[in-house]
Design a protein around this ligand. Structure first.
Ligand SMILES: C[S@@+](CC[C@H](N)C(=O)[O-])C[C@H]1O[C@@H](n2cnc3c(N)ncnc32)[C@H](O)[C@@H]1O
Length: 228
């Protein structure tokens, strides 16, 4: 079946929506300077007009392959899988596109996870943590105004490896990342900005200054915070 490059002529005119064909994505990701970043556990990618994930999904596939080539144990493999997933960020204006983006990232992670990790070693906690990372890293919003559809700031999480098995999550507004002005210092309760796994956004009633506790990669899904 031919690839679908546009959804409608109106959308091309209104929001410049044209999806990149796989051949072009591969060509661009094969450029040596990009390849070097793809073959890295820590190099981050932000796609500010992510569409349905033409680039991010392919980068995820390639980074997971790279993580697999490095891992010595099943545990190490699962940690590295979550680590490379955590390096990919997207912003997309249109609700239908960002939903497909999240679904495509989730399915890609799951498919490669299931086909790589032995059945008896597969761990639901890893998949639940992957869902939290994807929800936190794929934002519906306007990359130019740096705001979500409701006018609140786009927020991203940094996932910093701590030692061999743990990760420290810290939230930043997209604004503060661009302006280099530091973290927001408040961990939002259940921080998914596009949460396909709940039917409404949870807004804290009394936001307190909190930070995420560093946890094992597979325990990211618990979203543990402490008041500071
Ligand atoms: C040319 S398409 C590219 C999509 C994807 N990167 C790809 O290569 O298939 C541009 C995308 O940017 C989105 N978009 C347009 N204006 C935007 C904005 N201000 N902020 C975020 N996304 C935007 C559109 O909805 C569309 O999905």
């Amino acid at each position: 079946m031919p690839e679908k490059i546009i959804k409608s002529v109106d959308r091309v005119k209104d929001i410049g929506e044209v999806f990149t064909p796989k051949k072009t994505v591969d060509f661009m990701l094969d450029q040596p300077e990009v390849k070097e970043k793809v073959n890295s556990l820590t190099a981050t990618f932000l796609e500010p007009s992510a569409g349905e994930g033409a680039f991010l999904v392919e980068i995820l596939k390639r980074k997971l392959l790279y993580a697999k080539s490095l891992a010595n144990t099943e545990k190490d493999l699962q940690n590295r899988f979550l680590q490379v997933l955590s390096t990919l960020y997207g912003i997309e204006l249109m609700e239908d596109n960002v939903k497909m983006l999240v679904i495509n990232m989730t399915n890609t992670f799951r498919d490669i996870y299931f086909s790589t990790v032995k059945l008896e070693q597969q761990n639901q906690k890893v998949l639940r943590s992957a869902n939290v990372i994807i929800s936190a890293n794929m934002a519906q919003g306007n990359a130019l105004t740096r705001k979500t559809a409701t006018g609140s700031p786009i927020i991203f999480s940094e996932w910093e490896p701590v030692g061999k098995n743990k990760v420290q999550r810290t939230e930043y507004t997209f604004d503060s990342i661009v302006e280099n002005s530091g973290p927001i210092g408040v961990a939002r309760e259940h921080s998914e900005q596009l949460n396909l796994f709940a039917d409404h956004e949870i807004v804290p009633k009394n936001p307190k200054t909190k930070k995420y506790i560093s946890v094992k990669w597979e325990d990211i899904y618990k979203q543990l915070t402490e008041i500071v």
